[in-house]
Write a protein that binds this ligand. Structure first.
Ligand code: ADP
Ligand code: MG
Length: 810
């Protein structure tokens, strides 16, 4: 089947056939006028012809050509919402919400009919006709209704973003469409995308046996002149500030759009720009209702107290774990000093003539609806528009009137470390394709300019052509479990647009079996179905799921959050210190005191972690956090990252294990001895495949390092020995059996995050790696009251360590 190109599509006049049903929509004349200017409007009939004739259609078109707002309307008018609903998925919740509002407004209909649903929030009713949702929400719906019987058509929007869930949805829908057809209850699928790499969808025969037709919506794009910086400065926020000042003071009218990576950066720059270009007229300022950013609040407080404000921003919880990274933007400390101008910035402003005010607006996912909407409202007379945005403005939202784009070239990405199993957010260079999308934003209404805050050499040599699909970066254990939980038998043969690493998939399968979330037949266990609901590594999810039996949950949540953030405790000072050894010794002495109270020392490095964090919250409430972090070698930024995760996980737990009552107070007393023992068992449940045993005296030749441990089990059957690092508190006690959080290699292989366990716990908590003898053999059973007691013997792990004999009830 050939790809349908615009040139081959019959001219509008040639098409006489109308869709069978035509539902009238009465629009506001103003709106209708604006719609008619959109490129996609000219192609409505052609597009509908192709959709009516095909089950699966790919629509690609420049951002801003009207795909997201118009296509659902075309379908509605053609009767697709008569019997069933029209579904539209977005990778970002901000887009799902904004687009439902916009479409409702354009169609003169209420939110009862044009609705949205994102996790924890929505306004869907029984009258809903068009339903905008995040891709994660539709995936959840497939779990309960595989054939998606409520929908007549599904639009997967922003498919070029290659979000993990949209990718998986394409795989599922390619099959669901066939199944629905067999049942004479057709479901149509539309994949919508910006004009980027479509081959992964069109030439993948496992996905679509016949390549679906592609409709290219042609749009008018004015030329954009791209200017590279000669040098690439480290501090791109400062560079963005300088560039914006320059544009505003020297260049002709036209909106400015600035791309940064996260909410904090955005607020920071908005604050500085507003401060530099204030409104001269006070009443005008009031009428204009300036958006109050967090930074402004801080600065106001700062003024009131008459001293340097230092305030932790208590994070709003990000409730939607199903969306792209910028939904999880960092909420960390914003220092008052960040909000002052330095010499260089002052110089750059010196020349400013206080003329035209700048209408500065922030844009990021967690911004309230009302504030987001400001980007679409008319700019006050005589002002220049300036939007400071995360990459949400790259393709999801089109801001009118932009002529200048300032691009930091950076993006915040969710990265997964295959070795440590830790997922984290990191700021990275974006791809060439994204950078081009960003510059394209300047050419919507006329010729524009894009200022890239990096050199052309960096662009050419360092930027990838395209960003890797998320599926290539995401942890596979979690994905594997989810797909199994959705009854996908053969995960390896799932029709992924781009398959994940096969070797990683195999290893995941083994690990999940050891964890007990999959059984021998690869079926999801009852435990597994609970674990699958948590947005963390399955091993941590298991720790959460099993904690429901104990009043230990707040501690488990704290620990899981802490283990999911890298480098919480430092092993050596990072800044130049005169005496590194002395500082490090002081740190370790403090940590040793923490760990060494009563029997809780057996919790080891994890006790240190928890005590350090509990102490940090107290220090924070006294305004002494920085001092405290310096004293014990805690990374202060990690404290706020962990706090954010704690809040999110607490919500998740409350949702999935409803009977729990969870304390989300920032301050929690350090764990006592009883807690410590439970936490050791909980850690063992999650880390059962990461156990090591100290080598016996006769195994270690005289005079050799006594900190040698052997693995109980290793997926790759490695024979190496592992060691306790000097940074592990356990180095002082050398327990017999330990679990570790991760291994890392420098000159030897070291264990990190070590906790002591008892071997008699193994049969109960890691049964999958135990080989137990049948009871009643030797010695003969003895009777105590009514319970039969018997002795259990057995071995553990791939090296068949002998387990201690145990008396058990039978
Ligand atoms: P695409 O999906 O092809 O990128 P959209 O349908 O999102 O395009 O946008 C089409 C046009 O609608 C853009 O010019 C955009 O500025 C405008 N638009 C979108 N949302 C709103 C809104 N809430 N208010 C005013 N204009 C909007
Ligand atoms: Mg769109």
């Amino acid at each position: 089947q050939k790809l349908i190109d615009r040139k081959e599509i019959p001219k509008k006049e040639e098409i006489v056939k109308k869709p069978a049903i035509y539902v009238d929509v009465i629009r506001d004349p103003e709106i209708q006028k604006a719609r008619l200017k959109l490129p996609i409007l000219a192609e409505e009939q052609q597009i509908m012809e192709i959709i009516n004739a095909n089950d699966i259609v790919i629509i690609s078109g420049e951002t801003g050509s009207g795909k997201t707002t118009q296509l659902p309307q075309f379908l509605f008018e053609a009767g697709y919402a008569e019997a069933k609903q029209i579904a539209v998925t977005e990778p970002r919740r901000i887009a799902a919400i904004a687009m439902s509002e916009r479409v409702a407004k354009e169609m003169n209909m209420s939110n009862r009919e044009i609705s949205f649903l994102v996790r924890f929030q929505g306004n869907v009713t029984e009258d809903t006709k068009i339903k905008f949702m995040t891709d994660g929400v539709l995936l959840k719906e497939i779990e309960s209704d595989f054939l998606l019987t409520n929908y007549s058509i599904v639009i997967l929007d922003e498919a070029h973003e290659r979000s993990l869930y949209t990718d998986i949805l394409i795989g599922f829908l390619s099959r669901i469409v066939k199944l629905r057809k067999k049942r004479n209850n057709a479901l149509k699928l539309i994949v919508m995308s910006a004009t980027l790499r479509l081959e992964d969808f069109t030439t993948n025969s496992r996905l679509f046996s016949i390549p679906p037709p592609v409709v290219n919506v042609e749009s008018r794009q004015f030329p954009v002149t791209v200017h590279f910086n000669r040098r690439t400065e480290e501090d791109y926020v400062k560079e963005a500030f300088k560039k914006t000042v320059k544009i505003h003071t020297t260049l002709p009218d036209g909106g400015i759009l600035i791309f940064l990576t996260g909410e904090q950066e955005v607020n920071h720059l908005v604050y500085k720009l507003k401060k530099k270009f204030p409104y001269s007229d006070k009443s005008f300022r009031n009428k204009a209702e300036l958006t109050t950013t967090t930074s402004e609040k801080i600065s106001a407080e700062h003024k009131m107290k008459g001293k340097k404000a230092k305030k932790m921003i208590i994070p709003e919880i990000n409730l939607n774990d199903y969306s792209l990274p910028e939904d999880s933007e960092e909420h960390s400390e914003l220092e008052a000093s960040d909000l002052e101008f330095d010499k260089e910035e002052e110089d750059c402003i010196e020349s400013v003539c206080h003329g035209q005010p700048l209408w500065v607006l922030p844009l990021y996912s967690l911004l309230s609806m009302q504030k987001q909407n400001k980007i679409f409202q008319p700019v006050p007379l005589g002002c220049r528009l300036c939007v400071v945005s995360t990459n949400v403005a790259e393709t999801s939202l089109t801001i009118p009137g932009i002529k200048y784009v300032v691009d930091s070239g950076k993006t915040k990405m969710k990265l997964y470390d295959k070795v440590t199993g830790v997922t984290r957010f990191e700021v990275h260079w974006t791809s060439k394709a994204s950078a081009d999308q960003r510059s394209g934003r300047a050419g919507r209404t006329g010729p524009g300019h894009c200022y890239r805050l990096y050199s052309s050499a960096v662009f050419n040599d360092t930027f990838e052509n395209f960003s890797e699909p998320e599926i290539r970066r995401a942890p596979v254990d979690e994905l594997y479990l989810r797909l199994r939980n959705m009854s996908i038998k053969d995960v390896i043969n799932f029709p992924f647009p781009t398959p994940p690493d096969l070797m990683q998939l195999k290893m995941s399968e083994t690990r999940l079996k050891i964890l007990g979330v999959l059984d021998e037949e690869n079926k999801v266990t009852r435990l597994g179905s609970v674990v699958a609901k948590y947005p963390v590594q399955p091993r941590f999810g298991k720790m959460l799921a099993l904690s429901r039996n104990y009043d230990i949950m707040p501690y488990t949540i704290y620990l899981v959050a802490a283990l999911s953030v890298p480098q919480v405790l430092l092993n050596a000072p990072t800044a130049s210190t005169s005496d590194v050894a002395a500082v490090t010794k002081r740190w370790f002495d403090i940590r040793f005191t923490w760990a060494n109270a009563g029997h809780s020392y057996l919790l080891g490095d994890n006790m240190v972690l928890l005590k350090a964090l509990c102490g940090a919250e107290v220090a924070y409430s006294q305004g002494k956090l920085e001092q405290y972090c310096d004293d014990c070698g805690l990374r202060s930024k990690a404290v706020s990252e962990i706090r954010k995760l704690r809040l999110q996980l607490s919500k998740e737990v409350a949702l999935n294990q409803i009977d729990m009552d969870i304390v989300v107070e920032p301050q929690l007393a350090p764990p006592n001895e009883a807690h410590a023992k439970l936490l050791r068992q909980i850690l063992l449940c999650g880390l059962g495949d990461q156990i090591a045993k100290k080598m016996t005296l006769d195994e270690v030749p005289q005079g050799e390092n006594k900190t040698k441990y052997k693995y109980a089990y290793h997926a790759n059957n490695m024979e190496d020995l592992v060691f306790l690092h000097r940074s592990s508190i356990m180095k002082r006690t050398l327990p017999e059996f330990v679990v570790y959080q991760e291994l890392y290699e420098s000159n030897k292989i070291y264990m990190r995050g070590v906790t002591a366990i008892e071997p008699e716990w193994l049969p109960e908590y890691v049964p999958s790696l135990c080989n137990l003898s049948a009871p009643f053999t030797d010695p003969p059973p003895c009777f105590e009251d009514d319970i039969v007691m018997c002795t259990l013997t057995g071995t553990f792990g791939s090296q068949a360590w002998k387990l201690p004999e145990m008396k058990v009830e039978y």
